[in-house]
Ligand binder design. Structure first.
Ligand code: GAP
Length: 486
């Protein structure tokens, strides 16, 4: 990360804490690693991102419905899905620092260092050797690469390594009052399986005909060993996933459709296209016949935000095998039963949140020849902004607070608003800029005479005089979901 980007990212993280977006979990006890709480503005922003996703997937598509499955699932689900045996990372411990690392991350850092130092041949060779070792699940080879390239522990600086071992990422707990003799259950590591096990329930009760989708937003848990980059990699996080069930043989058309549709969803928020890129997978999971990541350019580089995967009939077939129940669809046109193929779209809500903050954050220098001035502003899309408008009485007297409260009362059922009468109007504008409020409404003495107010726009900082009776319409147009979804 360049110094500027490092600084920028540090500022985004501290801004998000200072203004009530994200707090470290259990902070008074010094926090819990890779776990975060969303504050009063963070939860509003998060809800707005969820609403945007839900509306675009469920409300705008007649053939997609949403569910809310439990976090706990029968333990056999995770046997069937392959998570019990295969959801693991290759880990290595440094005996001096007692720190644990993902072996592939250590090697990737070395590759990046070779590339930075212009040793491109070495970087390419190490990348190829690592890919081969990962593909073959050859753990001794990974250890040998770490030794051969003299990779040291970033904390102790030594090369005193243990062997590389697989470390399962699922959290488990006991179900029932007594730990002994009770069943081990897992906290789901993805929401997708809650959709697969409900495939027939939804298809039959909803009279769904293929192609159709089932969407879900919910918590997922992974015992990530390396917690990095704030809310980018968390141990408790949220996913917004949709499984689209299609006739076998048509999956590539639908894969292309969702690949394009999902990038459009991101771009509709007004982000410049260059900030996004597709990363097609060359190394596919055993159940996939195509996969792509949508990556965003964070201050720390391009990173995955969303995955689109063509999962074949793997999951439903596995659940048929492990449950002994048929999970098939009767196609009336074909007059036959089949296990549908699946296209999955899977986006991390917390990563989308971080993307939104990083993309919106700007430190602006507003200095003129006469005076020094600056502001920190979040250029959030009005639909996502936690507070839609702020209402200020110009002064705390002459009936202005009462008039401002009256205007608040007329609008607060439809919009999340803030009232502020403290400090100068300029300071109040700055506070709202910092949380991304699209407009501020000021009530002054003229308001008492003709019921007009001043609206000040966040991005342009321009002001206009409008009738207070038009506010509902003006703000409503600005934050309408039609701006994003039509
Ligand atoms: N059902 C497919 C699945 O779970 P994934 O690539 O492992 O695929 C999907 O996860 C998305 O979930 C990722 O693109 C990312 O946005 C998010 N995600 C995964 N692990 C995460 C973590 N530890 N913290 C935050 N978000 C995570």
């Amino acid at each position: 990360m360049s110094k500027n980007n490092e600084e920028l990212f540090k500022n985004v993280v501290s801004h998000s804490k200072e203004y009530g977006f994200v707090f470290p979990s259990s902070e008074i006890y010094d926090g819990l690693s890779a776990v975060y709480d969303y504050g009063q503005l963070g939860s509003e922003l998060k809800n707005n991102i969820k609403t945007y996703w839900w509306k675009s997937m469920v409300q705008m598509n007649e053939n997609i419905v949403g569910i809310d499955a439990a976090i706990f699932m029968h333990p056999k689900v995770w046997k069937a899905s392959g998570h019990v045996d295969g959801f693991a990372d290759p880990m290595i411990d440094n005996k001096d620092s007692k720190k644990r690392y993902r072996a592939d991350n250590l090697i990737e850092d070395k590759i990046a260092r070779y590339a930075k130092d212009g040793k491109l041949d070495k970087a390419e060779k190490l990348q190829a050797d690592m890919d081969a070792a990962l593909n073959a699940e050859d753990l001794p080879k990974l250890k040998a690469l770490i030794e051969e390239h003299e990779i040291v522990c970033p904390v102790s600086g030594t090369r005193n390594w243990t062997d590389v071992r697989q470390f399962n990422l699922m959290f488990s707990t006991q179900m029932g009052a007594m730990a002994e003799g009770s069943d081990e259950v897992y906290l789901r590591p993805e929401t997708a399986q809650g959709i697969f096990v409900n495939f027939l329930n939804v298809q039959k009760t909803g009279r769904m005909r293929i192609p159709f989708g089932i969407a879900q937003i919910g918590k997922a848990f992974r015992n990530e060993v390396i917690a990095r980059q704030f809310i980018m990699r968390m141990r408790e996080f949220e996913q917004m996933e949709m499984q689209f069930f299609v006739k076998p043989g048509t999956e590539m058309e639908w894969y292309a459709h969702w690949k394009e549709a999902r990038l459009k969803w991101h771009l509709a928020l007004g982000t410049i296209k260059d900030k996004y890129r597709y990363h097609d997978h060359t190394k596919l999971a055993h159940y996939a016949n195509a996969a792509v990541d949508i990556e965003f350019e964070f201050p720390f580089g391009f990173k995955e935000v969303e995955g689109i995967h063509s999962r074949t009939d793997f999951d439903l077939s596995q659940h048929e095998k492990f449950s002994g129940k048929k999970l098939q669809y009767f196609d009336t046109q074909e007059n036959k039963n089949y296990v549908p193929y699946v296209i999955e779209t899977s986006i991390g809500l917390d990563r989308m949140f971080l993307l939104t903050l990083c993309n919106a954050y700007e430190e602006q220098d507003l200095s003129t020849d006469e005076k020094q001035d600056s502001r920190t502003v979040l250029h959030l899309h009005p639909c996502l902004a936690p507070v839609k408008a702020a209402v200020f009485p110009l002064t705390k007297k002459d009936g202005l607070p009462e008039k401002a409260r009256e205007i608040m009362d007329q609008l607060k059922l439809d919009f999340n608003l803030q009232y502020d009468e403290k400090d100068s109007i300029g300071k109040r504008y700055r506070r709202q800029d910092a949380i991304g409020t699209p407009v501020c409404v000021t009530v002054d003495h003229q308001t008492l005479e003709d019921n007009t107010v001043t609206i000040r726009h966040r991005d342009s900082m321009e002001q206009e005089r409008v009738s207070a009776t038009d506010l509902e319409n003006i703000i409503g147009k600005m934050v309408s979901w039609k701006n994003l979804l039509s």
